[in-house]
Design a protein around this ligand. Sequence first.
Ligand SMILES: [Zn+2]
Length: 588
Amino acid sequence: MRADREQQPLSYDVRLPEEAQADALRLLDASRMVINAALQRLWPHLDEFMEERKGPAWKHVVELIDSPDPHGDRQWRCEAETAGRILRAQAERKQVFQTIQPLLSDGFIRPKEEKRPAGKNRKSIKEAIEALQKTLEDGDTSFVTMQNVVEQCCNYFFAHDAFPATYEDLQPLPLLKVGLLTYAGDDGGARGQAYRFSVDQETGTATLLFRFPDEQGVWRWRETATVIALPQIVKRRLDGGERLAPTLREHAHPDGSRIAVLDFVVSVPKASLPKFEEVERVLGADWGVRTLLTAVAVDSESQQVGRPFFLDTGSFDGRQARTRRQIDELKAKVPKLEARRDSFPEGDKRREPAIGKLAVLRREIDRCWRKYEARNQALAHLAANVLLLLCSVHGCSLLCMESLKTLKSTGRGRGVRGRWRNYRNNSTIRGGIWRILRYKCHLVGLRFRSERHRDTSHSCPRCGKPAHTYRSQTEREETIKWGRWLWCGDADCGWNGDRDYAAAQNLARLGVAFLTHMQRANKAQAFTMTDPSVNPVSYTGAGAVLLLPPTGPRARPASSGKVYYPGWTRSAFLQSSYPRGTFLRLCG
Ligand SMILES: [Zn+2]
């Protein structure tokens, strides 16, 4: 589904009740075979999906082929829609491939050294993409996509000793590995021919009827409708949004068990973005070295508004590290049990205890991973929401964020494995925050801009001159690239402070320079730290912001109109100047 200018689709998955599981999974298996067969036949015609074309994807597909295994016209349309969406997405990637193909060069590959296998030269990849991007209009999204395609090309190089000549060389046929079926090809309400679906807002339930193949492979309707209780968040979304056709999806666990879930898709209106001349303040936010995020609000005169905000994730990191250790310990038991199982021949009864224990172990590992990922997700939402709240508190309508960088080895040299892990985990969370912010800014009507990292943490926010960082406030003998304290190199200025704080101010300065240029010349331009139009930030301490409590990894649901943020050690009640509906929406 493609997001349009005014609407934004949001999706929420709900596990189907037990009584419908077996039939739904059989339906998903049957559709997966049809979708994969269709993909196989259409893959040589990928170019047909490259042209910009309005309307549903199934129309595109059914013009080209008939169902590989017909079992109902509308059922086929739904399968065709699923296949068509995959092909459209691949066609977009193919376009990206064609853009970056001329760039592919040996320079992207770091040759094999004595002790180190060949690898990617990330620096030259980044430079090449940035240079290419200057000639294109799109923003950071395409940077990430391009980088992703370039990396895939490099992986191809390692396997084949040459870069791919065509996209089809690079990309294997993207077959579905697990079941997925969107119902968007059918009308779906009372008269649907593949499914019937209705929502009762009063009782907070949905009813679903669907066609499926029975155990003998005969297609028929289910006799009674499946009743699904709607989660609070879906009910709330449905109040202000339009319900789109749901998607049926299979979720496979590592131990081989599977469940069917239904994705509720709701299209909600995007808030209109403020005009640039109306933007008065900018929130600059930096991915910190010590803290996850640091944010500073600055007005158009480059006057800092309020105190800086630091989002520290100390206790969170500790818990995540403990869960990772737990996963490692559990994983270490797997080979031993496998060896015990394999010490007896196939079919031997003595294999069974080990087989049983392995299943339990795999479930436990899976449970730990889910806990780990759920915590990351909760933290990403929390951090994104806090930034949006800070924008609201300070009246900022432009959020200027440091763009996502490739992984940096801040923790590696220290030889502390846990720290390195946390850092890696932080980069996963950052990706999450970034994505969440992109869509949430549209929900609340905020301008979002990401600035490429240009020495923001090695420039003085007061005078703009290059600055060094040191281990701490008192240890100035040796400059340390990742040191936490920044000291201005200019003797007359002498500004010093937390490096993340300085970086956040510098990001806000870049944002203000961008904004001012936009207001004057009505043209987008990115500035560098040394540009004279990037003004220093001054701060008088006026308008201090509310201080928020530290974070912890507890999740609490929203209830009784109060909003509890998952992530606080104790739930905190936050108020904001956003309308209540908008505010609640942010919390989903
Ligand atoms: Zn200075």
